[in-house]
Design a protein around this ligand. Structure first.
Ligand code: ADP
Length: 397
């Protein structure tokens, strides 16, 4: 069975065609600059091609994807009918879509009404969905998979904010979290790696990339997560500030005469390790800067590590103990120095990192010492496979 996974952005559309029998990616690519000049990158059969081509709308992009998937040279299927279903990534389903959902016209309209919960991400997902329905017809199931779904199990003690309760009732303001598909996937893979059932484990999953979030996964379910109403909360990130005293925002707005949108820009795009270092949001640049003696690069890296350590400690306490700590995403999978900086202070919990194993890359493995009572693992995330798995589960019901 083959499932097409779509991740639509405002001017891009990433795709993967996955053979579910082998969990194998048959083809993948990205349509970029949709609505502008248009470009498609497509990888299949061990080769990669790039083509600049007009892509006025997302529907044109989907047509192009289907054309390449069935192409004589670049294709991996002979007919579109071989695609059993399409799984769409959606960032926020609010309290309406609490699990992966088979979509119809009415549900798409409902999702369309949730724009405010993810202004940059939800609208393109709806456009991508409509485009697939238009191009592929009504017979191919279109399933939406939500980044917020895994966090829906969070109890009210984690989700509700200590502001007047009426704002939750009126506007749905609460913690929703993000990266849920990734946290759920790596927690499941961690349990497999340790030969345990998810229900038996308390895991802290650290998704550390441009956007970073930490989740307490107790018995396979989300107990708490660091991102909040929006993905601005939690640990500091590439360009996002994470948790700060909320009064700081009002203070700067008054001093600098900034509008709410301008302040949001400062906190989302000019803060985090970029804001502190003044150099870059990319941890590779910061490592190089710190190595060359740049103290603000050093400070940004030290702050990031400190904050992640603090969250792990807090979640260990919240869960009444921790069996495993998982690192994933760009930094979590590829930056051994950062993993060491985060994990070393956790020796008191029984988490001891093995420096030799910590240098390995590219596969799911434990990087803790034999006598470490808390397993430390690196698990490459695979959100596309997780979306395809959830899509398959929905259409198999
Ligand atoms: P996004 O959240 O945009 O998906 P990523 O998960 O790719 O971001 O994470 C980006 C961060 O991961 C960057 O700070 C970068 O330094 C780091 N990173 C990504 N790939 C590598 C790599 N191969 N080696 C070292 N660091 C990497």
């Amino acid at each position: 069975m083959k499932i097409l996974v779509i991740n639509a952005g405002s001017s891009s559309l990433k795709y993967q065609l996955i053979d579910m029998d082998q969990s194998e990616v048959l083809a993948k690519g990205n349509c970029e600059r949709i609505g502008l000049d248009g470009k498609i990158t497509h990888q299949a059969n061990g080769e990669k091609m790039e083509l600049e081509t007009a892509l006025p709308t997302h529907a044109d992009a989907i047509k192009m994807v289907l054309k390449y998937l069935t192409d004589e040279k670049w294709g991996v299927i002979t007919d579109v009918s071989e695609i059993s279903a399409v799984g769409h990534r959606v960032v926020n389903g609010a309290e309406i879509f609490v699990e992966a959902t088979l979509m119809d016209e009415e549900k798409i309209n409902t999702l369309d009404g949730l724009t405010e919960f993810a202004p940059l991400h939800n609208p393109p997902a709806v456009v991508g969905l409509r485009a697939c329905m238009e191009v592929m017809g009504k017979d191919v199931p279109q399933v939406t998979v939500y980044d917020t779904a895994f966090h829906q199990d969070m109890p009210a003690t984690s989700a509700v904010y200590p502001i007047p309760y009426e704002y939750y009732e009126k506007y749905g303001i609460r913690r929703y979290g993000a990266h849920g598909t990734s946290h759920g996937y790596v927690a499941g893979e961690c349990a497999k790696l340790l030969g345990k059932k998810p229900e038996e484990l308390n895991i802290v999953t650290c998704h550390l990339g441009n956007g970073s979030s930490i989740t307490a996964v107790k018995g396979g379910k989300c107990l708490d997560t660091s991102m909040g109403f929006t993905p601005l909360a939690g640990v500091m990130m590439g360009t996002r500030c994470g948790d700060i005293d909320p009064a700081v925002a009002m203070y700067i707005m008054n001093k600098e005469g900034l509008t709410p949108d301008q302040m949001s820009d400062v906190m989302n795009k000019k803060s985090g390790v970029f804001g502190v270092s003044g150099v870059s949001s990319d941890f590779r640049d910061l490592d190089a800067g710190a190595e060359a003696g740049n103290e603000r690069c050093r400070l940004a890296l030290d702050m990031f590590a400190y904050q992640v350590t603090k969250y792990i400690g807090a979640y260990a306490a919240a869960m009444g103990g921790v069996d495993a700590i998982v690192f994933t995403a760009g930094i979590g999978e590829n930056n051994p120095m950062m993993r060491t900086a985060i994990a070393e202070p956790l020796a008191f919990l029984g988490a001891k990192i093995d420096e030799e194993k910590n240098q390995m890359r590219g596969k799911a493995m434990a990087i803790s010492t034999e006598d470490s009572t808390v397993k430390i693992c690196v698990i490459p995330t695979n959100e596309e496979l997780a979306i395809a798995q959830q899509t398959l589960a929905v259409i198999s019901r």
